[in-house]
Design a protein around this ligand. Structure first.
Ligand SMILES: Nc1nc2c(ncn2[C@@H]2O[C@H](COP(=O)(O)OP(=O)(O)OP(=O)(O)O)[C@@H](O)[C@H]2O)c(=O)[nH]1
Ligand SMILES: [Mg+2]
Length: 219
């Protein structure tokens, strides 16, 4: 759960990238890290198998500066996508403040996406987090794949709830940051409300604006 330290004026939130195996969670987190920390002052922690599949988790801390006078840090995690690591995914969601579901837009992965999304919601509930009110955004990755489903097909199959959704190619660094900014906005607004953090403008809105300015020169 988000931690507010009033003496240090800092807020720390936990963000988890979840989704089916090989969908592009690790690639997405690395792409955000490259944009937010081009000098690579912080090093991602990647706990992989030999063939670069996530084994436990990846971890990258993001420092979003001090919007509204409070230093905001995001602890970014990716879960291992392989079906057999469900218990690890469940544990990683403990105390999460937001999540990005990275779907694989490849046509033959639709059922795995569906199952992974159901599993994410089950794991949220197991952690006493209500999926209906939890800051969650969908990222339809691998839109560059030749057999990629269209945005409309993915929306119809995965998003009847109308959650915020974004198409992306993590490999090309496209769309990933938009999904990140959207989840950060929701997550920080919820956290600020929970901690009764009084600021002129919703904290998440200020952070999202700062993030979009940061991304602007690249688009
Ligand atoms: N074509 C294409 N390939 C991608 C994209 N994103 C990731 N990949 C590739 O897909 C493979 C898996 O990417 P990862 O980021 O390791 O996937 P993951 O979701 O972390 O996988 P697990 O850790 O096993 O759950 C790698 O070979 C990536 O280079 C994308 O947007 N387009
Ligand atoms: Mg991974």
């Amino acid at each position: 759960m988000s931690i507010l330290n009033p003496r240090e004026k800092s807020l720390v939130c936990k963000l988890v990238y979840d989704g089916p195996g090989l969908g592009g969670k690790t690639t997405s987190l690395r792409s955000i890290h490259t944009l937010l920390d081009p000098a690579q002052a912080t090093r991602p922690v990647l706990l992989n198998t030999e063939d670069a599949r996530t084994l436990f988790f990846d971890f990258v801390p993001f420092d979003l500066g001090a919007p509204c006078g409070h230093r905001v840090r995001i602890q970014g995690f990716t879960a291992p996508g392989q079906v057999r690591y469900n218990l690890t995914r469940r544990c990683l969601l403990m105390g999460a403040d937001g999540a990005v579901f990275v779907a694989d837009a490849s046509r033959d992965r639709l059922e795995e996406n569906r199952a992974a999304l159901v599993s994410l919601r089950t794991n949220l509930r197991a952690n006493h987090l209500d999926p209906a009110h939890f800051p969650l955004v969908l990222q339809y990755n691998k839109r560059d794949a030749s057999d990629a489903l269209t945005r409309e097909e993915l929306e119809a199959a995965l998003n009847p709830e109308g959650l915020p959704s974004f198409t992306s190619s993590a490999l090309r660094g496209e769309g990933v940051f938009d999904a990140f900014a959207a989840v950060v906005q929701r997550m920080l607004n919820v956290a600020a409300k929970k901690h009764a953090l009084v600021v002129d403008e919703p904290l998440g809105d200020v952070a999202a604006r700062w993030l979009s300015r940061l991304a602007a020169p690249r688009s």
